[in-house]
Design a binder for this molecule. Structure first.
Ligand SMILES: *Cc1c(COP(=O)(O)O)cnc(C)c1O
Length: 324
């Protein structure tokens, strides 16, 4: 499969004893928050394959979609600009507003054409993106559509490759990998690529529910195995939906406290939409004994711009104490 080299690889695989010892687990983190600069996070790994296909088709414009603070849309916009392509981002907003902060600021800086769409239209996103694609084609452009989160068979190959990277970075396989799950492609790739690197995957849902992601991840894996016949059976995997919080992009006080703890304890900066929820799941599952004594790999998927767009939800007092 054609692949562009976009990410800074290999990303570091580092132990986190200051957190792991306190939780009673052997904790390691795969620093996929460090795959790049403004384009950083888990989405670049998928874009290495998706944009290779786009260029091969002679595309000059990339269309994709997501929430207002979509990391995927931002990574797509930044990388597209670096490759000389234009990007059209369909961003879901309930009230039509689009605060220029975090990911949106980056989208605008690299010249993305942002179109705000309603949650109803977002439910029909495949149709809406196809319509935009037709419009652009009629105007003489050559569009390439990337689905939500870059999560299809081709995109998931980025995480098959990431697990090959982990295999080369470690002597002993991990007992379990935890990763945030928002559109399923990362989890699908990890499960397909994990043999020899990890025994089991826990995909921590940040929205929807277990049934939804079981179907999504299962379909992406099936399609990926049809696309690449060298892929074998996935390792054992499951979706954990107990820690998704109130809604997509909305966290609980307990989740924010886990994020603050990770930051203060070990300098691990998480985001409230994805990695913070997955990390909170890791904390809770360690405390309940589910992960006790295990060798655990936490995949840090990035999301820093989304964190910076939510500064007011943390209630942190710059003049207050930093005791933890
Ligand atoms: C998109 C994203 C995820 C989830 O990955 P999916 O492949 O969409 O499930 C996790 N963390 C961050 C920071 C993301 O932007």
């Amino acid at each position: 499969m054609k692949r562009l080299r976009l990410a800074h690889l290999p990303t570091p695989l580092v132990p986190l004893p200051r957190i792991g010892d306190e939780l009673g687990i052997d904790l390691w983190v795969k620093r996929d928050d460090a795959t790049g600069g403004a384009e950083s996070g888990n989405k670049i790994r998928k874009l290495e394959y998706l944009l290779a296909a786009a260029l091969e088709e002679g595309a000059d414009t990339v269309i994709t979609c997501g929430g207002v603070q979509s990391n995927h849309a931002r990574a797509t916009a930044v990388v597209s600009a670096s490759l000389g392509m234009r990007s059209v981002l369909l961003l879901r907003s309930t009230d039509g507003s689009l605060p220029v902060a975090g990911n949106v600021l980056l989208d605008l800086l690299v010249g993305a054409d942002i179109r705000v769409i309603t949650p109803d239209d977002y439910r029909r996103r495949h149709e809406v993106m196809a319509r935009v694609s037709d419009e652009l084609r009629a105007a003489g452009r050559r569009p390439y559509v990337i689905p939500e989160g870059g999560s299809n068979a081709l995109g998931s190959l980025g995480y098959v490759a990431a697990m090959e990277e982990v295999r080369q970075q470690t002597d002993a396989p991990f007992d379990v990998v935890l990763v945030a799950c928002g559109s399923g492609g990362t989890a699908a790739g990890i499960a397909l690529g994990a043999a020899g690197a990890a025994e089991e995957l826990v995909a921590v849902a940040v929205c929807n529910d277990e049934a939804y992601f079981r179907e999504r991840i299962g379909t992406i894996m099936e399609d990926a195995r049809a696309l690449d016949d060298t892929l074998g059976e996935p390792v054992s995997w499951r979706v954990e939906d107990r820690f998704k919080g109130p809604a997509y992009g909305v966290s609980t006080e307990a989740q924010r406290q886990s994020m603050i703890w990770a930051g203060r304890r070990a300098g691990v900066v998480l985001d409230p939409v994805y990695s913070g929820k997955a990390f909170h799941a890791l904390v809770e599952m360690s405390r309940s004994g589910e992960l006790a004594g295990k060798r655990v790999l936490f995949v840090h998927t990035g999301g820093l711009p989304g964190l910076l767009a939510q500064s007011d939800t943390f209630g942190l007092n710059p003049l207050g104490s930093s005791d933890v």
